[in-house]
Write a protein that binds this ligand. Structure first.
Ligand SMILES: Cc1cc2nc3c(=O)[nH]c(=O)nc-3n(C[C@H](O)[C@H](O)[C@H](O)COP(=O)(O)OP(=O)(O)OC[C@H]3O[C@@H](n4cnc5c(N)ncnc54)[C@H](O)[C@@H]3O)c2cc1C
Length: 408
């Protein structure tokens, strides 16, 4: 059986895999990407690209491509008991990107893939076998034929579904949340404030409305768990259910009238204990950590994994080529260990923040709803105000600390 050799092999051409491949390619590292899908995914999941990520994507030109299609969100408001109880002003942060850029995930994926290698599509990786020299990777192509690659470094960016490739190598903790949500993207959204994300909290659970490019809008609402369809992605009547949630919780019947269909999603928290195995298998993105989408950080976390990993691997390759560093392998391992510590810490912080957002979005006890609204209002007016801006703009990610995101 023939074996194709390469320096770095990436499994998965989602946002994390595409970005790490593009950055490695830009830094002169030979990289091959294997992707099971025949075409790029058209689905719109993540929409918010945060300031530290916009800063990290600039060198390869992806920021420019994203901003050309994005709508900028400089502000978000929290509404409870019929009044605005909090405001988050990204435009008051000392950042070169004082906004969250909103675009469908497919646009971000295309922007980060644009300067990388063309993925080998229709190839599903089925086995990963590390050896002292590197990693053997077994895959099946669309005809069921078996193919094998050998790489010095394997990056698994295969998302939540690809995590099974890591079993036996990595351990982790997983927790399913009881929460269920409905979501839709509307092409017209009357009465919604321009450039403003609106989060409505209260006795019925959260309802959210986010700007999308071209005057479109994403709506999300928490629903009670549905024992009849516990894991369904769609169920009859979901469009009506979402419309009712928008009409009653957001007091926006004109907006609700535009809702005709909705998809469902549930959430999980998965954190691997490590992201690097034996120096040669590296997990990034959702394969390494899955956080609740409520708070909008999952894709951003994976993009920052990718943007920070590429220079570490490129530096190791330069050392090997020049044979300058007598302890090249030792210093590479140390750099990789630092990267891993920093990304694990960032993932834990994002998971905690996502869990907090998720709990804030659960139904508030009716008798406490106005007390909770007043408490939230007071909290956002204390000297702690400013923390939410930082938290919701990924400002606590280690890659954002002292980062290029700040103004000079
Ligand atoms: C409803 C919803 C809304 C969300 N909203 C946000 C948001 O607003 N902001 C945010 O930051 N995040 C959000 N997220 C999370 C975000 O979508 C994910 O974090 C992001 O897609 C993870 O990117 P990834 O590249 O790590 O994995 P993925 O996007 O899952 O990509 C993995 C790729 O690997 C491929 N693959 C898998 N297994 C194999 C295999 N064995 N062989 C070959 N290829 C394989 C897959 O086909 C896929 O293309 C949301 C998620 C959901 C579900």
């Amino acid at each position: 059986m023939s074996v194709t050799a390469c320096d770095v092999l990436v499994v998965g051409a989602g946002p994390s895999g595409s970005l790490v491949a593009s950055e490695l390619h830009r830094l002169g590292v030979e990289v091959v990407v294997l992707e099971q899908r025949a075409d790029a995914s058209p689905g719109s999941r993540a929409i918010g690209v945060h300031p530290p990520v916009l800063a990290a994507l600039e060198a390869g030109g992806a920021t420019e491509r994203i901003l050309a299609e994005a709508v900028r969100i400089p502000r978000g408001i929290a509404v409870a008991a019929g009044r605005t109880v909090g405001e988050v002003r990204f435009d008051r942060r000392p950042s070169r990107f004082p906004f969250v850029a909103s675009v469908p995930q497919a646009v971000t994926e295309a922007a980060v893939a644009a300067y990388g290698p063309i993925p080998v599509r229709g190839v599903r990786v089925v086995g990963v076998h590390p050896t002292p020299e590197g990693v053997h990777v077994h895959a099946l192509d669309a005809d069921g034929a078996s193919r094998t690659w050998f790489a010095r470094t394997l990056i698994v960016a295969a998302g939540a579904s690809g995590r099974r490739l890591l079993s036996g190598l990595f351990t982790g903790r997983s927790r399913a949340y009881p929460d269920r949500y409905l979501m839709t993207d509307l092409s017209a959204a009357p009465g919604q404030p321009e450039g403003t994300a609106v989060i409505t909290l209260g006795a019925c659970g959260v309802a959210e409305s986010f700007p999308l490019p071209g005057g479109r809008r994403r709506l999300v609402a928490r629903i009670a768990s549905d024992p009849e369809h516990p894991n369904a992605e769609r169920a009859a009547g979901d469009g009506e259910r979402l419309a009712e949630a928008i009409a009653t919780r957001m007091l926006a019947p004109a907006l609700a009238a535009h809702v005709v269909e909705a998809s469902r999603f549930s959430i999980r928290r998965v954190l691997l204990d490590r992201m690097v195995f034996a120096g040669s298998v590296i997990a990034i993105g959702d394969a390494a950590h899955e956080v609740s989408p409520i708070g909008g950080q999952g894709m951003n976390l994976g993009l920052l994994d990718a943007a920070t990993l590429a220079p570490v691997l490129a530096q190791a390759r330069r050392c090997r080529q020049r044979r300058t560093a007598p302890d090249g392998d030792g210093s590479h391992r140390a750099a990789l260990a630092r990267w891993e510590r920093s990304r694990l810490a960032s993932a834990r912080t994002a998971a905690r923040l996502a869990a907090f957002n998720t709990s804030l979005g659960r139904p508030w006890p009716r008798r406490l709803a106005s007390v909770s609204a007043a408490a939230l209002d007071a909290a956002l007016r204390t000297p702690l105000a400013g923390l939410p801006e930082r938290a919701y703009a990924m400002g606590f990610d280690r890659a954002a600390r002292g980062a290029a995101d700040r103004l000079p």
